[in-house]
Design a protein around this ligand. Structure first.
Ligand code: FCB
Length: 448
């Protein structure tokens, strides 16, 4: 590649997936139902009535998928464990068949020279735990600790990078306030209590993982973070931006790094604020080995008196570029965000654990040309590099996603993959963006 920008030698190049979005095999290997099985089987919840029953059939095709990772030159692969494969009824004895499945996956990844980054919870809570109140029930925190312990014992020989949670904001608020995600609740106090229990379970899971840890093992958490900007200079819009930032970002960053919830948000939530017991914050603020950041876009907000839970509404200015999700393409936001997080929270290490874009893809003569996705990734990598130059300890980058997959409430209508999946035949085709990314991973460099 001519005039390349060379990344640090130890920079990690990867791609990410999540169990429910790719595995399928929903009734195989002793797997129990998760809240996403229930939700996706509820009419009206998912676009086109899609479910994750089959998804990318990765449960059966994982060997081929590891071969694809090899073709893409991945050094790391971020995937999640399906909790209901390990604890089909939420508690009791772990399901050996489930553990064996992931043991084989981990061993095969290592044999292919690919480092596993394992997420414990990417949203598929065992339905049996939901039946007992789910994340709103404090007992689920202990169940999560047991689950972490079980995984550390079974997979700890091969897995050295653990991510406790993926995007607790999404779990808490889309799952329990807006109702867009499983379990589909619509209550602010519940959503806030869930957010607290998720953070507490991060502390609990971290302790459990560390109790079994080998030298050099690392534990982190992944947050979805967005820079928030006011739509205008008015005091009302600026205040809306502050609250929206509190809601999205600080509500999670502050307890994790500072051992306290932001005071302005506690006041704002008032009587809806969660029950926080003595000692909880100490457990949440256990030192992290790294922070995972999922970055897709920024938020521009205006004051909106009827919006919940904060009086702020996102605006989408005309004349900007948007992905098929309706998310503004704003690479500069990644630079701003990484700089801010590092400056305000003194992170020891950061990974971009997700970044990528959905654009309509078409298969033409056996090929998928997706220049928009390629330039999205390219531009974000240039901004990531600028952050590194400024001294941000950014250690790696994972494209969302390895494969086109079940995009939650959007079903299969949104394609994020570096690899195209023809669902009826389950054929995989590496997109042009994937071929390009393979040159990046191999050269450890991007074109300037
Ligand atoms: C993130 C999720 C991931 C995927 C991308 C597009 O919020 O973590 O599973 O759906 O968005």
């Amino acid at each position: 590649m001519p005039s390349d920008i060379l990344f640090p030698e130890d920079f990690v190049w990867g791609a990410a997936t999540a169990a429910y979005q790719i595995e399928g095999g929903h009734e195989e290997g002793g797997r129990g139902p998760s809240i996403w099985d229930t939700f996706s089987h509820t009419p009206g919840k998912i676009n086109n009535g899609d479910t994750g029953d089959v998804a990318c059939d990765h449960y059966h095709r994982w060997r081929d998928d590891i071969a694809l990772m090899g073709e893409l030159g991945l050094q790391a692969y971020r995937f999640s464990i399906a909790w209901p494969r390990i604890f089909p009824t939420g508690s009791g004895r772990p399901n050996t068949e489930g553990l064996d499945y992931y043991k084989r996956l981990v061993e095969s990844l290592l044999a292919a020279g690919i480092e596993p980054f394992v997420t414990l919870y990417h949203w598929d809570l065992p339905q049996a735990l939901q039946d007992r109140g789910g994340w709103a029930n404090r007992d689920t925190v202990s169940r999560c600790g047991e689950y972490a312990h079980t995984l550390a014992r079974a997979l700890g020989d091969g897995v050295h990078n653990w991510i406790t949670h993926n995007e607790p904001w999404v779990v808490a608020f889309l799952g329990n306030l807006t109702g867009e995600h499983a379990p589909g609740g619509r209550d602010l106090a519940t959503a806030l209590q869930v957010s607290h229990h998720l953070l507490l379970s991060h502390g609990e899971a971290t302790e459990a993982l560390r109790a079994e840890a080998r030298e050099g093992d690392r534990v982190g958490i992944t947050l979805n973070l967005q820079p928030v900007e006011p739509a205008s200079d008015s005091a009302a819009d600026r205040d809306a931006a502050r609250l929206y930032d509190g809601y999205l970002n600080r509500w999670f960053l502050d307890p994790l790094f500072r051992g306290s919830y932001p005071q302005d948000m506690l006041e704002w939530y008032g009587e809806h604020a969660p029950d926080i017991r003595s000692g909880d914050l100490e457990r949440i603020t256990v030192p992290l080995d790294f922070l995972g950041v999922n970055y897709y876009t920024r938020a521009i907000v205006r004051h909106a008196s009827t919006s919940v839970p904060v009086q702020a509404a996102e605006v989408k200015p005309d004349g900007r570029k948007y992905t098929e999700m309706g998310w503004e393409v704003y690479p500069r936001g990644l630079y701003d965000l990484l700089g801010r997080v590092h400056a305000e929270y003194s992170t020891s290490a950061l990974y971009i654990t997700e970044n990528g874009a959905a654009f309509p893809d078409t298969l033409h003569e056996g090929k998928v040309e997706d220049p928009q996705r390629r330039s999205y990734i390219h531009e974000h990598l240039l901004e990531a590099y600028r952050a590194i130059e400024d001294g941000v300890p950014l250690k790696g980058y994972f494209v969302w996603s390895l494969l086109d997959n079940f995009e939650w409430a959007h079903g299969y209508s949104k394609r994020f993959g570096l690899v195209y999946v023809d669902y009826p035949t389950q054929t995989r085709i590496i997109k042009a963006s994937g071929r390009w990314y393979a040159s990046v991973t191999r050269e450890n460099a991007v074109p300037a």
